[in-house]
Design a protein. Structure first.
Length: 362
């Protein structure tokens, strides 16, 4: 699934955008000069939006001799510290020499004047992102199970990275991660909310009152680890080739990634209606692992005990509510043309209620 293209998304030169009410997402002439300066192909640019397109903006950039992927923030206004693609690029470069499965960053531009925002370019990896269906070559019970196992194994590799040795000593604070998460997302809720939702306030208080001690050593935390943010080789056996969308990554409690993955992973017996069900519907098929099996494999491969995951799943649901409300705010303000985000009006209410159910033991 790709984001739609609006008439004001891509212009050739900055002057073409002067009469538009919104800034462009790509300005091709200065981008062409940047590509030339870094030896990335020749000739005219062909730009195509790729990915789900609900957060940072991603384009496939094609020209003779080069196919690269461009990542930039969405249109403003943006919450403070959100959508930091330069930070994301730094992490990807640091992880490239580790077992973590990440694409190679080819060039970084911190000059907003080039296309209107900072951006980076990374290699294009050919493969399949599994969102609403499984590629035909992997659509058997045995391969579906292997998809889940690969997903866990790749996460174990990320959590095992020596982030200090990788040069990420100042990438995040190894202590107080959970407290900072609650403070940050409480603040983001005040910025993002378009209406009062009492369940969001109640869940926030519950999380603060029941906060666990962070277990064990701090690790790199992806922050948005789910099946739809990974890429698989198109042929059997199932093999995860890249973990994508690192904008939420930091140093902290690895169980936050497990809670988020479980929140996004549907299985037989879960509610079959609503936005949350649609997000993870693909993993209901025969052969896919249950959440309990994913957790057991993580414990076995990482040597780390997960224990009671309920608090972390509640945190993941609550954070998703805050993010979804921010995206919904962008949709109703007209700064994005993504019709998917307009559905978040009711979806936010649904997830807020679910977060409260899980917090209370549902």
């Amino acid at each position: 699934m790709s984001a739609p293209i609006a008439p004001d998304d891509i212009v050739q030169i900055p002057a073409e955008a002067e009469a538009n009410s919104r800034p462009p997402l790509l300005v091709l002439q200065p981008l062409l000069g940047f590509l030339d300066a870094h030896g990335l192909g020749d000739g005219p640019i062909r730009a195509t939006p790729i990915g789900e397109g609900h957060s940072n903006v991603t384009y496939l950039i094609e020209r003779d001799g080069a196919e690269v992927v461009l990542r930039r923030p969405p249109r403003p206004p943006l919450p403070p510290s959100a959508h930091n693609v330069l930070r994301e690029a730094r992490l990807l470069r640091a992880l490239r020499s580790t077992p973590a499965r990440v694409p190679e960053v080819l060039a970084v531009c911190d000059e907003e004047a080039t296309i209107g925002a900072p951006f980076y370019l990374m290699e294009r990896i050919l493969g399949e992102v599994i969102v609403s269906s499984v590629p035909a070559a992997l659509d058997t019970p045995a391969e579906r199970r292997r998809i889940g196992e690969e997903l866990i194994d790749a996460l174990v590799e990320i959590h095992a990275v020596d982030w200090r040795a990788a040069g990420l000593e100042d990438f995040g604070k190894p202590t107080g991660y959970l407290e900072r998460q609650l403070r940050r997302f409480t603040g983001l809720w005040e910025l993002n909310k378009t209406r009062e939702i009492p369940a969001v306030e109640r869940v926030g208080r519950w999380l603060a009152e029941h906060m666990p001690d962070s277990m064990g050593t701090s690790t790199i935390v992806h922050g948005d680890y789910r099946l739809g943010n990974t890429m698989y080789a198109p042929e059997a056996p199932a093999r995860l080739t890249a973990v994508l969308d690192w904008e939420m990554a930091t140093i902290g409690d690895p169980l936050a990634d497990i809670g988020y993955l479980c929140m996004m992973w549907a299985q037989a017996g879960d509610p079959s209606e609503g936005l949350r069900a649609a997000l993870g519907n693909v993993t209901r098929a025969e052969g896919f692992n249950t959440r309990e099996e994913l957790i057991a494999r993580y414990e076995e491969r990482s040597g780390r005990s997960v224990g009671d995951i309920r608090w972390y799943i509640t945190l993941a649901l609550w954070k998703s509510v805050v993010f979804m409300e921010g995206n919904y705010k962008r949709a109703i303000a007209g700064t994005t043309d993504d019709p998917y985000l307009a559905q978040f009006g009711d979806g936010v209410l649904e997830l807020a209620d679910r977060a409260e159910e899980v917090a209370l033991g549902g």
